[in-house]
Ligand binder design. Sequence first.
Ligand code: NAD
Length: 323
Amino acid sequence: MANPLTPPQSRRPPKVSVIGAGMVGSALAYSLIVERVAGEVVLVDVNRNRAEGEAIDINHAVPFSSPTRVMAGDYADCRHSDVVVITAGVAQKPGETRLDLLARNVNIYRDIIPRLTDVAANAILLIVSNPVDILTYAAVKLSGLPWQRVIGSGTVLDTARFRYELGAHCQVDPRNVHAYILGEHGDSEVPIWSLANIAGIPFPRFCETCHRGCPPGEFDRMFQRVKNAAYEIIKLKGATYFAIALGATRMVEAILRNQNTVMTASVLMQGQHGLSDVCLSLPVAIGSGGATRVLEMSISGEERMALLNSAQVLRGTLTKVGF
Ligand code: NAD
């Protein structure tokens, strides 16, 4: 039975710290208050003015949402965080691949992670900076935390883009499209066509009853748009942040409310599909312990080969940076 004299600390509002108050970090802080997920949000950035400005601006939205304390702070202010989301880093430039960002961002993580483990040892770490799979691996190793407590946003965004494309094309609410992108958040990512379905109806069967007569290659073009979406958006407006902010908000919510929501998060492989010593995305149940379960889907032989290739690409990159 719960102790009626529960100490105040266990009743404190859910606290989320966001490291990096740039486009993604500030959009995330904003969506955390709009979605009423956190009670307290701390923004930390090397550019303190940026964090201060974002905190003031977002606080002025609180009267339109629900009481939430948003503040700019430093690492000491991250103490007692339930979740720490790391978005710090250098954003992708036009024409630059995610892997090009690698060296710059690994160094930032070498600086940030020890500071966080000092003050927020009980938090779940959610990694968003790119290349997210490499930095999730770096965060696991640099923090010494159990792998379940360090999760990357991985292909959460790619899976959402995939569902959006399929839903828009097939004129079905994307929430009723069950389709996954696994592997690397990047060029080697793998669409799992063999299990993709709308309300339980596999795509080949759905298409038979649709009679729209789509030209050959239509589905592959949809996947290409998913894979190249970041490049396209960055070319048009310089950065992508709204969709990842809401995706990360859903991940934070799943943790804070122990929802065991299945999302394609990047975690350290534990032998699933024969993979280990690399972080990549599989469907993961996300709850208060972080990655509470990693689901091993019955994917096709071809998809498994593509997943192994994705792991190989990532392992090669990890080796290049000394992991
Ligand atoms: P941004 O340049 O707008 O913001 C990055 C912020 O990090 C800046 O405010 C910068 O001052 C801060 N920063 C840099 N070094 C820091 C340090 N050592 N400590 C604290 N803060 C530091 O970039 P953005 O558009 O917000 O993107 C942030 C990251 O998120 C990038 O790596 C980007 O590629 C990634 N991203 C990931 C996804 C995904 O799906 N995982 C989607 C979009 C963007």
